[in-house]
Design a protein around this ligand. Structure first.
Ligand code: HEC
Length: 206
């Protein structure tokens, strides 16, 4: 039953990715329904699924913690030190940019269109492939922990910046892309994504 539903979601995500505008509109109205249901007391099937996905079970949690998977004999302290040394910061020193620009970098064009009915998004971040966060996006991944409410956890934005620039500076062998290290995102772009995660107005924290 659950499996079937997951397949539907995955196929759904595929459909959003390659369907003409009318189909996208259909998917959009489905999402609106999900949002409306989220407001009512009894959680919908999709809501229940999202909650189950967001709460990583202990095995997923263990597998998302690559320190435990670091190759034997590795000097973890040295590894982290060398990765930390690769991090470059924005020229103006601002580590927290504009959350709306960050949102657009984090979302795929299909996701952005489904949420806002207009052009936006990029192929650079793809955060929802591995994370949940904005509760309106139900086709999200749980390889990484949910980012929902991330800004309310008292995390230092500098650490968030460094995590996105080079996840291996915090966690050796993490499966998360090393966005800054590999030049997938510029320092300024990373600062916008930091704002997307920390700003109280961002859908991540609403
Ligand atoms: C290929 C999968 C993948 C992608 C894509 C990805 N992440 Fe991650 N992320 C992970 C994993 C796995 C972890 C947990 C292990 C770790 O901390 O490295 C993680 C951890 C994090 C953390 C730390 C969370 C915490 O509570 O400590 C943040 C913040 C984060 N990711 C943000 C992002 C953002 C923002 C994006 C998009 C720009 C992104 N990730 C894209 C896999 C991914």
């Amino acid at each position: 039953m659950k499996k079937g539903f997951l397949a539907t979601l995955l196929i759904g995500a595929g459909i959003i990715a390659c369907q003409p505008a009318s189909q996208v509109a259909k998917e959009e109205s489905k999402k609106t329904v999900v949002t409306e249901q989220a407001k009512s007391k009894r959680p919908s099937k999709e809501e229940k699924f999202l909650r189950a996905l967001e709460a990583q079970d202990k095995w997923q949690q263990a597998c998302s913690n690559p320190i435990q998977l670091a190759p034997e004999g590795i000097d973890v302290a040295q590894f982290l030190k060398e990765m930390q040394a690769t991090i470059k910061y924005p020229a103006d020193g601002k580590l927290v940019g504009d959350w709306k620009k960050g949102e657009s970098l984090a979302l795929l064009p299909e996701e952005y269109k489904a949420l806002y009915g207009q052009k936006g998004g990029s192929r650079k971040g793809n955060c929802y492939a591995c994370h949940c966060g904005d509760p309106r996006i139900i086709a999200c991944g749980n390889i990484g922990p949910s980012l929902r409410g991330y800004g309310n956890k008292g995390m230092d934005p500098k650490l968030t910046y460094e995590k996105i620039y080079n996840p291996w500076s915090k966690n050796p062998c993490s499966t998360m892309f090393r966005f800054g290290y590999h030049g997938l995102l510029s320092p300024e772009e990373i600062a916008h994504i930091v704002a997307y995660l920390h700003d109280p107005e961002s859908p991540i924290n609403k």
